[in-house]
Ligand binder design. Structure first.
Ligand code: PEP
Length: 250
């Protein structure tokens, strides 16, 4: 694997949610649960919570990540955050290419590629999100879409720290998850494509993962963890997903 960590990863993407008090209570709840041995846990809170969450999370062996970043080092880019600022705040991960950024902010493959390089320059591990829209799946174009999104990895050296998250857009925040067959089939395609590109990294599943479906999803062939949105907002449900992942891999 090109990622530094070979454990299965359960990462919580808080999106634009979370105030300081809530975050501190959340961390306290996490601290009451022992971290399972074979599961790596990470949280991606909003930027304002990175610094305050860094120390309490690292004490608990939970990794910190950011939900996005700009690719420039510093300068006149009002409202943007630089890769080194994320390192400075204690981040190990940065999510890149999330469908909400591709669709709402119109981030292109070319921009995401610049961000990938920028993350590696400062020692951040990117979690590259890929996934098709419902119309694309229904039109039989899923593999073409994923191939195009992964094409930015062409020529990337195999030793770069990288995690990929397959997140069907129609499953994000909808309560609908991909069927076990769709998950296995699509993860197999993503792994095949990564191998063709000379890369061997973890592939997470994302899209309405919850405590009820996590065990089955995490136990599916080719799934090496989960990127969790809504169900990561409460420490209790997030820990249940971590537990389910631990049971699936043990
Ligand atoms: C996500 O934001 O990456 C995600 C998968 O969200 P949800 O779990 O809420 O579908």
């Amino acid at each position: 694997m090109s990622s530094g960590d070979t454990r299965c990863l359960v990462a919580g993407n808080w999106k634009m949610n979370g105030l300081l008090d809530e975050a501190m209570s959340y961390v306290n709840e996490l601290r009451e649960n022992p971290a399972p041995e074979y599961v790596e846990v990470a949280i991606m809170p909003p930027y304002t919570l990175l610094h305050p969450m860094n120390k309490p999370l690292s004490d608990k062996d939970v990794r910190l990540g950011a939900q996005s970043m700009y690719f420039e080092e510093k300068g006149a880019f009002t409202g943007s955050i630089a890769p080194m600022m994320l390192r400075d705040a204690g981040c190990h991960y940065v999510i890149l290419g999330h469908s909400e950024r591709r669709d709402i902010i119109h981030e292109s493959n070319a921009l995401i590629l610049k961000k990938l390089h920028a993350s590696w320059r400062v020692g951040l591990e990117p979690i590259l999100c890929i996934g098709e829209h419902l119309e694309e799946r229904e039109a039989g174009k899923t593999n073409d879409v994923l191939k195009d999104q992964l094409s930015i990895l062409e020529g990337i050296e195999g030793n770069k720290a990288l995690t990929v998250a397959y997140e069907p857009v129609w499953a994000i925040g909808t309560g609908v998850t991909a069927s076990p067959e769709q998950v296995v089939e699509t993860h197999a395609f993503v792994h095949e494509e990564l191998t063709r590109l000379g890369l061997d990294c973890r592939v997470l599943y994302g899209g309405s993962v919850n405590p009820g479906n996590a065990r089955a999803l995490m136990g599916s062939e080719g799934v090496e963890g989960a990127l969790v949105g809504g169900a990561s907002l409460k420490a209790d449900s997030f820990m249940q997903i971590v537990e389910a992942a631990a049971n699936a891999v043990s």
